[in-house]
Design a protein around this ligand. Structure first.
Ligand code: DGL
Length: 262
């Protein structure tokens, strides 16, 4: 039997992680869940994100989806809600960790940047990550909500407002000493090429998609990697998507603060 892996994000960003997982485990069954009713998560409170993930667990249960593993392919949700959600389900959950450790290992200039959402860069999780893995180098933090919006539009329309992108990158004013920039939001790899072009390939961009795929593989049994009959990738979203690029089923997430359903 193929394993059923559900990949979750606030929007389309998690597909950058999904692609890596599909490459290393092609025979698994996949669902992709976007909580786009609350996009961007970077502007939501920690409690709201925890409630939404509790709603996701309830949804999986109510729909009898038989999910074997959940990947929270969202740095914002992983840094703020992972431990809380692990307490309410037995389904193994893999979160995303910004690639600060590998960036610290390869930087030549001893100065790296972390580009993520406002919620991620201000989380205590990031403080700890930097103290543990990048204490001997300089790490500069940059946050952007605009890049999430640009990545969503680019994915669905194939159109990128390059002026807006350059204006945002110029506003961020990335320090010239930085030679490695961690893309700490799963939406940002969608813009990797135009971001790299903006910096004239002077800065190496690092994301954690490949590392997450490795982690997921290590948690599955050998038999989960075997070919078998599997359903096609099912997309779920909590709000309408103005695109015919994907066949998406629109669903509602239960909010634990509005009901006593358990
Ligand atoms: N893709 C999400 C992340 O990795 C966040 C985008 C958002 O702000 O919703 O942080």
């Amino acid at each position: 039997m193929s394993a059923h892996i559900m990949v979750f994000d606030s929007g389309i960003g998690g597909t950058t992680v999904l692609e890596h997982i599909q490459q290393s485990i092609p025979h698994a069954q996949y669902s992709y869940f976007m909580d786009n009713a609350l996009l961007p998560y970077g502007a939501q409170s920690q409690q709201t994100i925890i409630n939404r993930l509790c709603g996701l667990i309830q949804f999986i249960k109510d729909e009898s989806l038989n999910v074997d593993l959940i990947v929270i392919a969202c740095n914002t949700a992983s840094t703020s809600a992972l431990s809380a959600v692990r307490q309410i389900t037995d389904i193994p959950i893999v979160g995303v960790v910004p690639a600060v450790k590998p960036a610290a290992q390869i930087t030549q200039s001893k100065h790296i940047g972390l580009l993520a959402t406002p919620a991620t860069v201000s989380s205590s999780y990031i403080d700890v990550l930097i103290k543990e893995h990048a204490s001997t180098i300089t790490t500069s933090l940059y946050s952007s909500v605009e890049l999430v919006t640009l990545a969503e539009t680019f994915f669905f329309t194939q159109r990128l407002d390059i002026e807006k992108l350059h204006a945002e990158l110029s506003r961020l004013n990335i320090n010239n000493d930085i030679d490695v920039l961690v893309l700490g939001c799963t939406h940002f790899p969608i813009l990797a090429k135009p971001i790299s072009d903006y910096f004239k390939a002077r800065i190496e961009l690092l994301d954690s998609g490949a590392a997450i795929a490795k982690r997921v593989s290590s948690l599955l049994n050998f038999s989960d990697n075997q070919a078998g009959i599997k359903k096609p990738l099912q997309y779920y979203a909590t709000a309408d998507i103005c695109s015919d690029k994907l066949a998406v089923k629109q669903v509602t997430l239960f909010d634990p603060t509005l009901s006593d359903k358990s």
